[in-house]
Design a protein around this ligand. Structure first.
Ligand code: FJE
Ligand code: FE
Length: 370
């Protein structure tokens, strides 16, 4: 994994700056103290000279040999991030433009996570921004070992599965499907025109891969929302601005949809140790640090280690993006299309179970979507 590097050049530079400033503060304090004790100057003068000499040496050395001084100084974890409220702000470690590709039957997706550039961001397996018009779609196909979260951005989608479960989600609605040991379903557009949304795949821990399938469906009006200083958020799972979503996830996850008005800024805590990324839906924004290059629509921004994300909208239009973060499972990931397990033997088992209609796929052979 290319993250968790607290020793990035930027971090190092900020820490060095902080140390350098605290050094100057010491200098001023020692001057004050020495002038107030001027009477015993004969005794203190050698010490004062020594102190000033030492400071001179340190200051010179900082300019001449910055890396050497850094490695021997004590760690200053708060960086010099005066304008953001985090101990260690998360920075952008990767920015990828998601290009359109064909998937399912005639459907188009922009794949960010799960594509060539960001293959797997534990526990996330895939993020597709889909744009689908009838008669294209995602006809009957199986899943095992993970969860799919479908969030409608614009339009209507209907799904049907092999145990008789059907549902329709519209703009702003969410379907959280836990495939567990097995689901066979179809996901198809249910209105004319282009139907758009995001589908996120979240891995399940090995102990949960074979659980009973389950759905959590959320209508747009039931999604927790909050707003503060020009920033609106729809909280699919997790907590923002003190508001918490009631959605339950087996893999600890956060997933929200932010809209930031021009001129607004956001400082969102993200649990330390979780992997996190942003997918920009609309507009453009500055992520991670104030002087970063702005990222625009259809880019996926992978975040480095830290305790929170800062975002600035310095453009003249609203910025909308999805933020996802999750606790890594740290287990082997073996994927074969719609089956995600821990070993090749388990993948082989999944294919046989699907083919022969066993271990959760019993209803697969006599079902097809209407
Ligand atoms: C799948 C190919 C697929 N992204 N975004 C292979 F297209 C799919 C699949 C989807 C999908 C469905 C929706 Cl509604 C949105 C998607 C891929 O269904 F699961 C495999 N294995
Ligand atoms: Fe599916």
């Amino acid at each position: 994994m290319p993250r968790h590097s607290a020793a990035s050049p930027i971090y190092t530079a900020l820490a060095r700056l902080a140390n350098f400033n605290s050094g100057r503060r010491v200098l001023l304090a020692s001057r004050k103290t020495s002038s107030s004790s001027a009477r015993s100057s004969a005794k203190t003068r050698p010490f004062l000279c020594l102190a000033l000499f030492r400071i001179l040496v340190v200051v010179t050395a900082v300019f001449l040999f910055p890396p050497a001084i850094m490695s021997s100084s004590s760690s200053s974890s708060s960086a010099a991030a005066a304008s953001v409220p985090f101990q260690s702000p998360r920075k952008v470690v990767k920015k990828v433009l998601s290009l359109s590709q064909s998937e399912g039957q005639g459907a188009t997706v922009r794949r960010s996570i799960g594509g060539h550039e960001v293959r797997n961001l534990d526990p996330f397996l895939l993020l597709d921004e889909f744009s689908v018009s009838k008669p294209a779609g995602f006809p009957d196909h199986p899943h095992r070992g993970f969860e799919t979260v479908t969030y409608m951005l614009d339009g209507v989608f209907t799904h049907q599965d092999f145990s008789g479960h059907t549902g329709t989600i519209r703009t702003g609605d969410v379907q959280w499907m836990t495939a567990g040991r097995g689901i066979v379903h179809s996901e198809m557009p249910a209105a004319d025109g282009v139907q758009k949304g995001l589908q996120l795949w979240i891995n399940l821990a090995s102990k949960d891969k074979m659980i009973e399938p389950r759905y959590q469906e959320l209508e747009s009006k039931d999604i927790s929302q909050a707003e503060k200083d020009g920033v609106a958020v729809r909280i699919i799972v997790g907590e923002a601005f003190g508001v918490r979503s009631p959605v339950y996830t087996r893999t600890p996850t956060m997933y929200m949809d932010f809209t930031m008005q021009p001129g607004s800024q956001l400082h969102q805590p993200i649990p330390e140790g979780w992997n996190a990324f942003v997918y920009i839906i609309e507009g453009e924004g500055v992520f991670g640090k104030e002087n970063a290059v702005p990222a625009s629509a259809h880019h996926c921004v992978v975040l480095g280690a830290g305790d929170g994300l800062s975002v600035w909208n310095r453009s003249g239009a609203p910025l909308r993006f999805a933020l996802a973060a999750g606790q890594p499972l740290n287990e082997p990931v073996v994927q074969q299309g719609p089956f995600v397990m821990n070993s090749r033997a388990q993948i082989q088992q999944a294919m046989e179970d699907y083919y022969y209609g066993r271990n959760g796929f019993e209803k697969a052979s006599q079902w097809s979507s209407a």
